[in-house]
Each structure stands twice: as structure tokens, then as C-alpha cells.
Design a protein around this ligand. Structure first.
Ligand code: ATR
Length: 272
């Protein structure tokens, strides 16, 4: 659809943003549904000024990425409960001048897992205690999973575990995977260019396990390859990216997201 004076503008703010795949996913979805929307990327250094701009220009939807996910919270009018608990916002919806923050990373991770498994009462080993681990752990606890957080820096695992009522440990506890239903890698280990690395020794993987690697570049991480060999169910990292964008699209446009189109665009972009 041609841009005109009624076009609704959405954007991503972050620094850097030039490699973001959100613009292609959202714009293809708008085209698919013939919506008068456009989605652009803005590199933002002065966050307060950018939020004023969003208000004044009536930007309908904003995706928020590193380094602004935490600092944006006091600049908004309302924060959804999950985002407040996580302490990070990756989505802002502008409803007639009222800016409300959400965290769709959490929804994205949970939706990706729920495609292949139930979560209630499942035993989960989650490795990592950074931003991605935080968003995922809050979602898992909300869905009633039992979570063991393992992290290289054990203090960080301990402080996150206190907030969500999970157990914690360091990476010497990885053998607990043997007694678990779900394994999640929420660290950057295995990400390009270190594609031959996995944080989990192959011997701990077993066929009753679902393995979700949050790393999406490459798609077939070493952990995912090992998990396939061990007969595990797998969840690709790109699914979290896809489903967080799906939830954003629906918040921004109030239309159901054309998920097949978004998935194809994302997978093609990641493989090119
Ligand atoms: P993100 O926002 O993507 O989650 P982050 O907040 O920087 O990124 O968190 C990175 C996570 O990956 C941390 O849990 C980190 O462990 P530490 O807390 O010990 O730093 C983990 N991580 C990164 N590289 C790692 C490595 N080589 N081995 C083990 N854990 C690693």
C-alpha cells in the first residue's frame, strides 16, 4: 500500500539497529494484510528525546531493543504486569497518547515452547541469567514450570532465582539435565562465529528432553544438532524472535498476524 497521510508509523529503537530483522518481518506482514502501516528502524542515543518524539509524532507501535529495554520504563505512562515483573520493556503501544510498555520476549519464548510441550509442572533446566534468561524464566514460572537456573556466574543465577522462586546453581550442575523434561540455553554460547561450541556436553541429552536454544544464528546450532542426534524434541531460537514479533504485530495493528509470511521472511533473512 502506498504511504499517504493516514499511514500509521511503527518503529524499532535501539543502538545498533541496522541489522534488525523486525522491519522486514513487520512490513511484509502489513503488505500481506494490505494495512496502511509502515515500520522503520531508528538508531537512538538520547532515549528521552526519542520517547518525546514518539508521543508528538503519534508513532503507533515501538519495538525497543538493546540498550534501552530497562531505561525506557520510567518514561512510559503504563507498564503491563509481566513487563514490570521482568523489569524490561521491548514493546510500546501508543493508544491516543498514552504509552504502555509490554514484554513480548517473554510471550515469544513461551509460545515457542508451548508449540511442542506443556509447561505445567515440567522440570526445566535453564542456562544463563541475562536479559533473555530473565524474560523466559518469568514466563516459565507463570505457566507453572519448575525451573533450575544454572549460570557461569552463580551469584546472578541466585538473585534471579530468588525473584521467581526457582532453584539455582553453577555449570557443574548440568548433569541435572538427565532428570529434566526441558533444557533451555539462554546464553550466547554457540552463536556465530563460535558455531562449534555448545554449553551442554552431548552425554547429558536424552530422548525425553525438549531442547530450546535461544541462539538463532546459526539456525542449526551445535546444541540443536546434538539434540537431534539424541532424539530430543527441538525448538529453534528463531521461533522466539518470530513469536515476539507476532505479539507485537497484534498489539500494534489489532489484526491477527500472518505468521507463515513472517516465518518465511525471517528464515530467508537468517539464511541469506
Ligand atoms: P542477553 O541479554 O542476550 O541474555 P546478557 O545479559 O549479556 O545477554 O547475558 C549473557 C548470558 O550468557 C549470561 O548468563 C552469561 O553468563 P555470566 O552471567 O556468567 O556472564 C552467559 N554467557 C555468555 N558467554 C558465556 C560463556 N562463554 N560461557 C558460559 N556462559 C556464558
Amino acid at each position: 500500500m502506498l504511504i499517504n497521510s493516514k499511514t500509521k508509523v511503527c518503529c524499532i529503537i535501539g543502538n545498533p539497529v541496522e541489522h534488525s530483522l523486525s522491519p522486514v518481518m513487520h512490513n511484509h506482514a502489513y503488505t500481506e494484510l494490505n494495512l496502511n502501516f509502515v515500520y522503520v528502524a531508528f538508531k537512538v542515543e538520547r532515549l528521552r528525546a526519542a520517547v518525546s518524539g514518539i508521543r508528538e509524532l503519534g508513532v503507533r507501535g515501538t519495538s525497543v531493543t538493546i540498550p534501552h529495554k530497562v531505561d525506557i520504563i520510567p518514561l512510559l505512562d503504563k507498564i503491563d504486569e509481566t513487563a514490570r515483573n521482568i523489569g524490561a520493556v521491548n514493546t510500546v503501544v501508543n493508544d491516543k497518547g498514552i504509552l504502555k510498555g509490554y514484554n513480548t520476549d517473554c510471550d515469544g519464548a513461551i509460545h515457542a515452547l508451548q508449540e511442542v510441550t506443556n509447561l505445567r509442572d515440567k522440570k526445566v533446566v535453564l542456562i544463563g541469567a541475562g536479559g533473555a534468561a530473565r524474560a523466559t524464566t518469568f514466563g516459565l514460572r507463570k505457566e507453572g514450570a519448575k525451573v533450575l537456573i544454572l549460570n557461569r556466574t552463580v551469584k546472578k543465577a541466585q538473585s534471579l532465582s530468588r525473584e521467581v522462586q526457582a532453584e539455582f546453581g553453577d555449570l557443574t550442575k548440568l548433569s541435572e539435565i538427565g532428570k529434566s523434561d526441558i533444557l533451555i540455553n539462554a546464553t550466547a554460547v554457540g552463536m556465530s562465529p563460535n558455531t562449534n561450541e555448545s554449553i551442554v556436553p552431548q552425554e547429558y541429552l536424552h530422548r525425553d528432553l525438549t531442547v530450546f536454544d535461544i541462539v538463532y544464528n546459526p539456525k542449526q546450532t551445535r546444541l540443536i544438532q546434538d539434540a537431534k542426534k539424541a532424539g530430543c524434541k527441538i525448538v529453534y531460537g528463531y521461533k522466539m524472535l518470530l513469536y515476539q514479533a507476532m505479539v507485537q504485530f497484534e498489539l500494534f495493528t489489532q489484526h491477527k498476524a500472518p505468521i507463515e509470511v513472517m516465518e518465511k521472511i525471517l528464515v530467508d533473512a537468517l539464511e541469506s
